[in-house]
Structures are given as C-alpha cells and as structure tokens.
Design a protein around this ligand. Structure first.
Ligand code: GUN
Ligand code: ZN
Length: 438
C-alpha cells in the first residue's frame, strides 16, 4: 500500500454557494492535509488531525503556502481540435467547414491520433484539469488513441466516437450502422476500463440523418447509464438549418427529445439561444446545458444566459467547459475568467466561490460523478490541483494586498493560467512535475 500525506491549504465544496458570504458551502483549512492511499483520499482536514491518523513513516509532500483544490473538470472539448485553436473564421459554420472538418479528417491515421492524444493529456495536466468530457473524431482509431492514453495516465475521462453521416467531407462520415456498431465496440473495449467512461456522441443534428439519430436512440435505450453529448442552440444559422432539416420538430431541443436523447446523463454544448419551452424541456429531463465562454465569444455565438437558466422557476442544470478548439484556452481558470465577463455583460455577478465550485464539484455533479471526483471527500479519487496565486511577478505583486480567500480565488481566476498550477495529482500521483519523464 502506498500512502502519501499532502499538506497545504485545502478547499472543497459540499454544495453550490448561494452568495459570496456562504461559507457553509465549502470546507477550507488554512493548515490542511490529505491522506492519500492507493489513489484514493482516505482523510482530509486540519494537518494536525490528519497527520495523527497517518501510518508511521508516511511520505509527506508539503505544498504550503499553496492552495489544494480538487482537480479541475472540463465538461466539453474536442481533442482532435488542438491544431484548430486560433483559426480565423466569421462564425461557427464557416469555422467548422473551413478548418475543423478538414483537420478532423487527419484522425483516420492512428499515429496522428496517438501523437495528439499524448499532447492532449500533457496540456490537461499542465493546466490542472484531471477530467474532461471529450469528443474524439468519427474514426474509432481516434477513440482508441484517446482512451489508451487515459488508461496509461490513470485519468478519469468521458469520451465518445463522434457519430456523423452528412453535411461534412467524405473522410469524416460514417453511416447509421457503422456509428452504431463502432460505438458498441468502443463501449465494449473501453467503458469501465481504468477510469474511462464512454459517451454516446452524435455530433449535432446537422451532421446526423434521422436514421443515425435512430441509431443514437437505440444506443441510449441499450445503455441508459452512459453519458450522451451533443451540441445545441449555439448559433442562429445553425438553429435555422437544423429546423429546416427536421421540419416536424417543434424546435432544436425537440429534435433531440424525439430521439430520446434528453436526460440526466445528457450534456448539451452551448445552449445560448434556447426558448422558454426548450429550457423547460431541459429542466424537466434533468439535461445539462454546458457553458463554453471562450468559444462562445471567439466564434461570436452569443452570451450564455447563465442565471436566466439556473434561476428560472424550472432551473436548468449547467456545467462549464473550454470547448477546445472553438475555445481559446485549456485553462479552466481562464475559462471562468471569461465566464465572469459574460455574466457581467448581462448585469449579473459570478462570485469567485461559485466559479471554483463550477470547475470542481459543480462539473462533477453535472456528470453525476460527484461521488468519485470534484471534491476532497474521503472515498474520492485523489485528483488534485495545487494553485499558486503569486505564480508570476504581476500576480505576486497583486497577491501582496490579498486578504481573503475570495480575493485569492478571484486573483487566480482573473490573472492565473497554467503557470499558477504548481502540481496536478492524478489518482494520488504527481503528474505535472513528472511530465517530461512521463
Ligand atoms: N457544433 C458541431 N460541431 C461543433 C464543434 O466541433 N465545435 C463547436 N463549437 N460547435 C460545434
Ligand atoms: Zn463542441
């Protein structure tokens, strides 16, 4: 048995904070520690208490004065789009057709998929992200490369083979039968292997025929516990085209509802322009709307109505994500920095406790994985991120006048990035400091 005592200031949420003063929503220890055994958190609390419970001769890692939080969770991104980031396009559909689809065609090559997967996991660890919900490409080789790398790194990942059979280049199309058979093969090969979870992944209604949507429906019926991920209501032209392709549906959300794709394990990227009826349908089914602020701004898609969705009579579950490569940063700190500005522009506030809740426990709850990740609760997997609010000269100067935890979190979110990540632990093992030798 390997035991490690990890010392530092610790912060973990037990529920969503109701305000910036809601200190009952989290546990904070100014001299805290975690006892980690075989990749699992055995104890978390004041150093003096946890140290007493630790076995004789336990290895101790001292991160003081840094802040230890649960590893960040990114609930929507595309691993084959690492080389699409920063592509100059007027809007979503132009960006997809000009850059994204041609780039994803390259993932038919196993060697390319494996190379990008290695880079992808390096970037995740570098930015303190320990779980991501990822789209692979249409090619099964891309999914195999992704999950094999995840297994090697010991990460908890959710990912799927993209199902798409129209409105894209030939090299990126499957058929309803292929998408069904290959998703089943991916489930058989990878679901539950290590910490891997498979998501049923129809890209979006525009790139799936009704026959393929039927295949997705069959998969969801056969595997009701699996996550489902797709895109919804990101861009006005996308919405209009979808409604043309599915004229019998009441609206965009109804396209997915008709194929049984709404539910508590279903994650819908973007959801910027939902009608009240659509938001009701999301709420009633427990479906999750995923806020992708850097991507929504970069592609000019619009402002995600965060509080309109969460504070309505029928609230919608929400999560937050980078949406690489529409998104412009791998960093969940930068992602929440942009989320803050999007909320500001709507005359509302996003307080720093809410931000840190969202990138940890909140996203874990959105994935229904809060019993395994997203907190420092005993019994959870020991995925941790260690943060330095004085990581750069400019941050150090600003940190001189920080005098509360709220200020520190807000500084980290506003000025921080990968340089603020001192260490990332994956299942109890230091993963960032060991990157070069991984
Ligand atoms: N809609 C369908 N595919 C995509 C994608 O790859 N990125 C984004 N942002 N939206 C999409
Ligand atoms: Zn996306």
């Amino acid at each position: 048995m390997t035991s490690t005592l990890i010392r530092g200031r610790t912060l973990s949420f037990n529920r969503a904070p109701e305000s910036i003063n809601d200190s009952a929503a989290y546990a904070y220890e100014s001299d805290g520690a975690l006892l980690v055994e075989n990749g699992v958190i055995k104890a978390c609390g004041p150093y003096a208490t946890v140290n007493t419970a630790a076995p004789e001769g336990v290895e101790e890692i001292d991160h003081r004065p840094h802040l230890i939080v649960p590893g960040f969770i990114d609930t929507h991104l595309h691993f084959p789009q690492m080389q699409v980031m920063a592509s100059y396009a007027a809007n979503l559909l132009e960006w997809l057709n000009t850059y994204t689809f041609p780039e994803e065609c390259r993932f038919v090559e196993t060697a390319h998929a494996e190379r990008i997967a290695r880079h992808f996991f390096d970037e995740m660890v570098r930015h303190g992200t320990t779980t991501a919900t990822a789209y692979c490409s249409v090619h099964k080789a891309s999914v195999d490369a992704f999950f094999a790398e995840s297994l090697r790194r010991g990460t908890c990942m959710v990912a799927g083979k993209v199902m798409m059979d129209r409105n894209a280049p030939q090299g990126l199309l499957d058929t309803p039968e292929m998408s069904y058979d290959e998703t089943r093969a991916v489930i058989a090969d990878w679901h539950g292997r290590g910490r891997n979870h498979v998501a049923i992944t129809p890209r979006f209604a525009i790139t799936s025929t009704p026959e393929q949507m039927e295949a997705a429906k069959s998969l969801v019926r056969e595997f009701p516990d699996l996550h489902v991920q797709t895109h919804l209501s990101e861009n006005r032209d996308e919405i209009a085209f979808t409604c043309e392709l599915y004229p019998e549906a009441k609206d965009y959300t109804d396209v997915y509802a008709r194929y049984g794709l709404l539910g508590r394990k279903s994650l819908f990227g973007h959801c910027i322009h939902l009608s009240e009826r659509e938001a009701d349908a999301m709420s009633e089914t427990g479906s999750v709307a995923v806020f992708c602020p850097t991507s929504n701004l970069f592609l000019g898609s619009g402002l995600f109505p965060l509080h309109d969705l969460t504070r309505r009579a029928k609230p919608v579950r929400v999560a937050v994500a980078s949406d690489i490569g529409g998104g412009t940063s791998y960093s969940m700190l930068k992602t929440l920095d942009e989320a803050y500005k999007v909320v500001q522009l709507q005359g509302e506030r996003l307080n720093p406790f809410d931000s840190f809740y969202m990138m940890t426990r909140g996203n874990a709850e959105a994935l229904s994985l809060e019993n395994r990740i997203g907190t420092l609760e005993p019994g959870s997997d020991a995925d941790l991120t260690v943060l330095d609010m004085a990581a750069t000269p400019a941050m150090a100067l600003r940190a001189e006048v920080v005098n509360s935890l709220a200020d520190e979190l807000f500084l980290l979110q506003t000025m921080g990035d990968d340089r603020s990540i001192v260490e990332t632990y994956v299942a109890g093992k230091p993963a960032k400091s060991t990157l070069d030798i991984a």
